[in-house]
Design a protein around this ligand. Sequence first.
Ligand code: ARG
Length: 470
Amino acid sequence: MTKLWGGRFAGGPAEALEMLNASITFDMRLAPYDLLASRAHARVLHRAGLLDDAELDKMLTALTELGEAVASGGFEVSIADEDVHTALERGLVERLGPLGGKLRAGRSRNDQIATDLRLYCRDHARGLAADLIDLIDALVAQAGAHVDAPVPGMTHLQHAQPVTFGHQLLAHVQPLLRDLERLRDWDRRAAVSPLGSGALAGSSLPLDPAAVAAELGFDSCAANSMDGVADRDFAAELLFVAATVGIHLSRLGEEVVLWSSSEFGWIELDDAYATGSSIMPQKKNPDIAELARGKSGRLVGNLTALLVTLKSLPLTYNKDLQEDKEPVFDSLDNLALLLPAVTGMIRTMKVNTDVMADSAPRGFSLATEIADWLVRRGVPFRDAHEVTGAVVAHCGKLGIELDEISDSDLAGISEHLTPQVREVLSVEGALAGRTTPGSTGPTAVRSQLAVVGTALAEWRVWADTKVVPL
Ligand code: ARG
């Protein structure tokens, strides 16, 4: 009998129940964390006088062996094992006989699963951070190489004002840096150990949840045992961060799709990071960028799924909570798949600076420069806006760009429009003039790059610090 709960039942479970009830089909990846928590629990039972020295020794050795068997694939599980906790207790009893049954004292699958999932999330959040850092690094490298490369900056996907490509790439970096901050904030709240909460009410055995928490790399133990087993907002919050990362990747992906189209022609993707068509030999498709867009659907879906599962659940543990794991695994797995591909795509893309520079002044994107020039000469902005609008309309009618208008036409539109206005009708001039912090001018972008570079080095240290002592 493998079941942890057979005692009061006359017959075995119906097959339909067994199939539905089991989480062993997806929760075995928690085994290393469950075994880690079991080691800490064994030590606590020993300190409480519930295991003697020899028993603790045997228990720890068996847990090590079991961990090795799980890792090598030598430990086989079946649907009858129900879940990772049941399977591992079976493995322990197979190795230790009745001694294996002692480990369950003072704990329940309810505090075990809450602990295992927290450990898993904290461990994997660091990996997610490392992948984000790599992507930021690739964006920063491209930004550094194109600090002063002009591109048409857009609003409403229409030419608005010229910007530097470096600035635009760093505009994708900033949200990803905030995602790293979100992860670090989340981690602080997630660093609470539920172990010791038991089924829901704590334990009558002299356990030491604070010591267990410290051994597992947590900052503290649960302040309330009922919350300890019922809370899954740590998982929901991580899924929110994952969904937000997904949204940021989808916005970057969409831009890459546009930039690499023939209509834009700003970039060419490296062959290693693009795909072909089965029928059109000329095609080079931005599949990675499209999947970056497409994956956001499931990332948002996973967050939604867990939030809806949690809504209205009475305290404390309910089997509904078993539905917490797959969304978490799916979001983290998919980001682990997606991020390195996006990073490679960004790192290797070839930037067509000539095409971008040629396009930068088009669409009257320097019109604001004329208005600002008039303002510097004392014209109220309201009037400057009107005058500039008249210049744009005039050029539009003649089918010419702003710098092609004649001196006499300028003077005809407004007495304020002397030929000196031509000084600001160059993209380089417009960009160089943007010097305030956070602006698109090359000087401001260099400052931004320096700050990001320092931050990135600090983030690497955070991501490389192991919190779960596996
Ligand atoms: N497999 C279960 C889960 O994932 C473990 C906890 C089971 N607890 C219980 N009271 N049946 O949630």
